[in-house]
Design a binder for this molecule. Structure first.
Ligand code: NDP
Length: 453
């Protein structure tokens, strides 16, 4: 994803035709009624992300093409190597009705699990500017296992052939991109309904393409069905595991690399769904609207680019030595320990700070009321959880050897995403915590690697 820092663009708000039309100051009648008008408040400048409206437009057009190009570039009898770019060709079956049926069927199956499976009912973080909280049902972990068992049984009894997920990868990716675009358009249009839904600050600038990209509405729901929460972890992440299994089924003799990629990534997805509750306090749920960025990211980008290692390994055996496999496995688990350790430390501290403090966790008390951890993982580096995440991603790429750059797309893109996300969060924390944030940064000066950066 384009990694631009937040940039201030004060002129853009004034230039928005939508805002100009809405401004009461332009109505002569309103002016006449209030002779002693107060001076108008200076509007805060819009803070654009992702390169502003132009960046949003470019990203909306460009990223689906990247998904499809990568899918095409990593085919069963040809995968872009370092010298083979000239052999690149576009397949004829880019768009098929079957692929649309599979993607829609998968979404419907996941929606059924979402509404039907039991789970704890919990409350999310307070909505912006209020004490109201939304209810969520935590049944993602059950949905994960139900999906895996259902797909395995369906394949075992030959109701489906899971290896067709590999054969139809390109039309499935195309169908998914088109459907997530349609969903984003529907979300954008629905956000203007007369019921006045709660809007997300980042996607409420009045600039259409930018708001479409960032998402206008914070928590679009159909009755109790929360569309953003549903899409965040289920269809895309569990779909990724299924695409991996499709690649595994395609390989004639399953290689150790293929087996490890499937196990490691399955564990990663399982972890996300097992700790589903922690998604409720992430910026995706609490701050960002549900627009193209999240809809496309969750439903198309994640399953179809994160599964490229397994797709590559279906046809190309990396033939790694036992020593390399052991080192890569250690790298994956080191990353996992850091990633899980840091996320769990913060999660349990946020839920029950006193117990953690009694056990020796140190912290900085902030004027905002919350405490910032200054020991353990969070005392080592401010975003060490991202570092652990990236190390895992790197280990998955390394399992593919060095025959092609395609499997390394994940580690490269993820590095950009995490740096951009870390800067976004740093900015958000500076706003949330004011002077306390530089004080915290003094105590924990490094962002990603303790003592280095
Ligand atoms: P974090 O889990 O880092 O959460 C950031 C928030 O944590 C801050 O806004 C602040 O919120 C709180 N915080 C920051 N520092 C401290 C501290 N010292 N003590 C206590 N609280 C603190 O970020 P994300 O939600 O972005 O990421 C969660 C996980 O998801 C990460 O491990 C990340 O790697 C992963 N991820 C994976 C992606 C993928 O595609 N695979 C994409 C994005 C994320 P407050 O103080 O208000 O509580």
């Amino acid at each position: 994803m384009v990694a631009t820092r937040r940039q201030s663009a004060g002129g853009a708000r004034a230039a928005s035709p939508a805002r100009r039309a809405k401004s009461p100051a332009r109505k002569p009648a309103a002016r006449a009624k209030s002779p002693a008008r107060k001076p108008r408040k200076q509007q805060a400048p819009i803070e654009f992300e992702f390169g502003g409206p132009l960046g949003a437009l470019a990203t909306t057009v460009f990223l689906p093409l990247v998904v499809i190009a990568l899918a095409v570039a990593c085919d069963d009898d040809f995968c872009v190597g370092y010298n083979t770019l000239s052999e690149f060709r576009v397949p004829s079956n880019l768009v098929t009705i079957k692929a649309f049926g599979v993607v829609l069927g998968w979404l419907a199956f996941q929606a059924l699990l979402y509404v039907a499976l039991p789970g704890d009912r919990v409350q999310g973080a307070p909505l912006p500017g209020s004490t109201k909280r939304l209810d969520y049902v935590l049944n993602g972990h059950a949905a994960f296992w139900c999906s895996i068992v259902a797909v395995a049984l369906a394949d075992h009894y030959r109701w489906i052939d899971i290896s067709t997920l590999y054969d139809d990868f390109v039309p499935l990716a195309v169908a998914s991109c088109i459907l997530s675009l349609l969903l984003s358009i529907a979300l954008y249009v629905a956000s203007f309904r007369p019921a006045k839904p709660l809007l997300a600050k980042p996607g409420n600038t009045g600039i259409r393409i930018y708001d479409f990209f960032m998402g206008r509405e914070l928590n679009p729901r159909i009755s109790n069905f929360d569309l953003k929460y549903f899409c965040e972890l289920r269809p895309g992440l569990i779909g990724w595991v299924c695409l991996n299994l499709g690649a595994l089924a395609k390989q004639r003799e399953v290689s150790t690399s293929m087996l490890l990629v499937n196990i490691f990534q399955l564990q990663y997805v399982w972890d996300a769904l097992y700790f589903e509750r922690s998604i409720l306090t992430t910026m995706d749920i609490t701050t960002d609207g549900f627009g193209f960025m999240l809809a496309f990211g969750d439903l198309s980008w994640v399953p179809f680019t994160y599964s490229l290692q397994a797709r590559y390994l279906a046809s190309y055996d990396a033939q790694l030595s036992t020593l390399s496999l052991v080192v890569i496995t250690l790298l994956h688990f080191t990353g996992y320990v850091v990633f899980r350790g840091a996320n769990s430390q913060k999660d349990s501290f946020r839920r029950d700070p006193q117990t953690a403090i009694d056990r020796g966790t140190t912290y900085l008390q902030t004027k905002r009321g919350t405490k910032l951890i200054t020991s353990g993982f969070w005392g080592a580096a401010r975003k060490v959880n991202y570092t652990g995440d990236w190390l895992m991603g790197l280990s998955w790429c390394l399992l593919c050897g060095f025959g092609s750059p395609i499997p390394y797309f994940y580690a490269t893109y993820f590095l950009v995403l995490l740096i951009h996300r870390a800067l976004r969060d740093d900015h958000a924390c500076a706003e949330k915590y004011g002077n306390d944030w530089p004080r915290y940064k003094e105590k924990v000066p490094c962002m990603f690697v303790p003592g280095v950066v």
